[in-house]
Design a protein around this ligand. Structure first.
Ligand code: C2E
Ligand code: MG
Ligand code: MG
Length: 585
């Protein structure tokens, strides 16, 4: 659309100042027309004086009366699009520009039309002293789309498309900061046994499970709730306007979504979840932050898991103090390992065919300065959680091999068993740590047995196999501890160079005569193990009957309170001596 100042050749017919204005206008018109972006010249009151061809083309494209033509009002057009604070601010800044109170205006705005939205970057500047403004509109739709997509990606989890950790915290904080806002609850959900699925069925199946779960959780929530994924198998649900009771109901609904098995890669997998709840009421105040609330819900989840999985727990302040105590105990444990507060007790292992004690198992204890002698259940899991298991195991290896070498020198050639935590595998130092202990103590490798649990094999069979093979080459024997307690099958273990299978106490305890079910299970394990060249050890033998059955069923070894409780190194020689004197066989 062209300008319409009067006359065919306005530069000649009009008086001089009008001729100058007209020449300016013609100049502006031709400059505007050369611009590729839709551009308009407006008066101080918003009246459209000039438009360029790109603007006219744009007006045709979006259709209707969305974009005004010459003579129309630009400000009114903007408000017609949307009468909101952003657009009113835009108009007032354009007014300021026109009055010379600012040098330019620059802003992005969206133009919704029938076929979508066009994003413009608007730039306006004043033409001379006239108060007129030139406004250019650069189409930045593709840039805005890319930015929006990337900001969306930055705030969402790629696997499930749910809000990620950072965005969840932002959303929870926004909710907590609402003055006098309604109560807010946070649910922290962790899938029980997810790692086993991931490890046994593969990561693709694990991913599929997480996506399926994300869908189920989202379906189970109200529109005003937000489900997000913190990472791994941890999900957090922000429940707006929700008190503890509401959150409890939601948690129960989540648990019932697990009733239905997950169909994964041709397997129907049954799972459960442990859920922790933390809530703040109306009076929670602005001092509570998202990190606090999520941490409290996490502590409650941890307590739910510790209480036996598939449970819901509410946060209570004692959980926080328990967590603080655990932290404190962990730092004390660090010092204990360095400061020699750990002690090893040794439990004799009986070779059943000969009736002789041929070995011992080293079992760690902590001589705590205030709490007395602590059993491993009080601090080994703590060491595993706080990256202390490797230094702890190095200490045990060093002490046990040194002790065994000393017994050897004293004419007691015992095999010593050392427990190795599954958490030692990822560190990748096990083979080195063992070699170091043997080198320092001078103990021959065949006098050392490393006891690994089934789970440490099940978690990463390939890694376990590689380390087993290297240990076996070094001459050290490996046994599988607590066999029968976990889920792994014998078939998973026979490919490994395992010397001894230690049959878990839970199986041995059930032995009630030769014909009992437990005895049948032990008999099956013994015959399968021997078919693959493994020997078996009955753990936790407490009665004469259990010992008799274990012997009859062909177990190679037995260990348990009936034979002897774990004892300090200094008592072992006496114990052996006393046995020899009474001639126990
Ligand atoms: P484990 O390796 O299966 O050790 C056997 C546990 O059963 C020992 O408990 C032992 O005292 C107990 N026990 C032995 N005979 C009987 C019995 O007849 N009846 C009953 N009820 N219990 C019996 P402890 O010393 O409390 O150790 C518990 C677990 O802690 C061990 O189970 C092992 O998994 C872990 N552990 C012990 N020492 C270490 C260590 O140095 N490093 C690591 N990573 N774990 C260790
Ligand atoms: Mg053991
Ligand atoms: Mg055991």
């Amino acid at each position: 659309m062209r300008p319409q100042p009067g006359g065919d050749d306005p530069t000649l017919a009009a008086p001089r100042h009008e001729r100058d204005d007209a020449r300016d206008a013609a100049l502006v018109a031709s400059v505007l027309d050369a611009l590729p972006s839709p551009t308009v010249l407006i008066d101080e009151d918003g009246t459209l004086l000039l438009t360029n061809s790109a603007w006219d083309a744009m007006a045709d494209l979006v259709g209707g009366d969305l974009l005004v033509r010459v003579g129309g009002n630009y400000f009114a057009m903007v408000l017609d699009m949307k009468d909101d604070a952003t657009n009113r601010t835009l108009i007032s800044t354009l007014n300021e520009l026109s009055r010379g109170e600012r040098r330019w205006v620059s802003s992005d705005y969206a133009l919704p039309y029938s076929d979508g939205v066009i994003w413009f970057h608007l730039q306006a500047s004043r033409v001379g002293e006239s108060g007129r403004i030139v406004v250019t509109h650069t189409d930045v739709t593709s840039r805005v789309r890319a930015e929006r997509a990337s900001s969306w990606r930055a705030r969402h989890d790629h696997l499930t498309n749910l809000p990620n950790r950072a965005y969840l915290h932002e959303l929870i904080d926004a909710e907590l900061q609402r003055p006098e806002g309604p109560p807010v609850a946070v649910l922290f959900l962790d899938v029980d046994g997810f790692k086993a699925v991931n490890d046994s069925l593969g990561h693709d199946v694990g991913d599929q499970l997480l996506r399926e779960l994300a869908g189920r959780l989202t379906d189970g929530t109200r529109a005003e709730d937000t489900v997000g994924r913190l990472g791994g198998d941890e999900f957090v649900v922000l429940c707006r306007d929700c008190d503890v009771d509401g959150a409890e109901m939601l948690a129960q609904r989540f648990q019932s979504t697990f009733d239905q098995p997950f169909e994964l890669g041709g397997h129907a997998v049954r799972l459960s979840a442990s859920i922790g709840i933390a809530a703040v009421g109306r009076s929670g105040g602005p001092s509570v932050r998202s990190t606090d609330l999520v941490r409290d819900a996490d502590l409650a989840m941890y307590a739910a898991k510790a209480a036996g999985r598939n449970r819901v727990r509410h946060f209570s302040p004692d959980l926080r103090s328990a967590a603080q105590q655990r932290m404190q105990l962990a730092s004390q444990l660090r010092e204990a390992i360095e400061g020699d507060q750990l002690v090893l007790h040794y439990q004799p292992v009986l070779h059943l065919p000969s009736g002789e004690c041929t070995g011992v198992e080293a079992l760690v204890r902590w001589q705590h300065p205030e709490r007395g002698l602590l059993p491993p259940s009080e601090f080994v899991p703590l060491a595993e959680e706080h990256d202390l298991i490797v230094p702890l195991t190095r200490w045990v290896l060093a002490t046990a091999t040194r002790q065994a070498a000393a017994w050897d020198a004293a004419g007691l050639p015992l095999v010593v068993g050392v427990n190795i935590s599954a958490h030692h595998f990822p560190a990748g130092t096990l083979v080195q740590d063992v070699a170091h202990a043997l080198a320092v103590s001078g103990l021959p490798p065949e006098r050392l047995v490393l006891e690994l649990t089934e789970t440490s094999v099940a978690e990463d069979p390939a890694l376990a196999a590689a380390q087993f093979a290297r240990l076996r080459i070094s001459g050290v024997e490996v046994s599988i501890d607590d066999f029968g307690r976990g889920y792994s099958s014998l078939s998973q273990l026979i490919s490994l160079p395992v010397g001894v299978l230690k049959i878990d106490r839970s199986l041995v305890v059930g032995v009630d005569g030769r014909m009992s079910e437990a005895a049948a299970a032990i008999a099956a394990v013994v015959s399968l193990a021997s078919a693959f060249g493994m020997r078996t050890l009955a753990e936790g033998v407490e009665t004469e009957e259990q010992l008799a059955v274990a012997t009859e069923l062909g177990c190679s070894f037995a260990q348990g309170y009936l034979i002897a409780r774990p004892m300090p190194a200094g008592e072992l020689a006496d114990w052996l001596h006393a046995r020899a004197l009474v001639g126990v066989h």
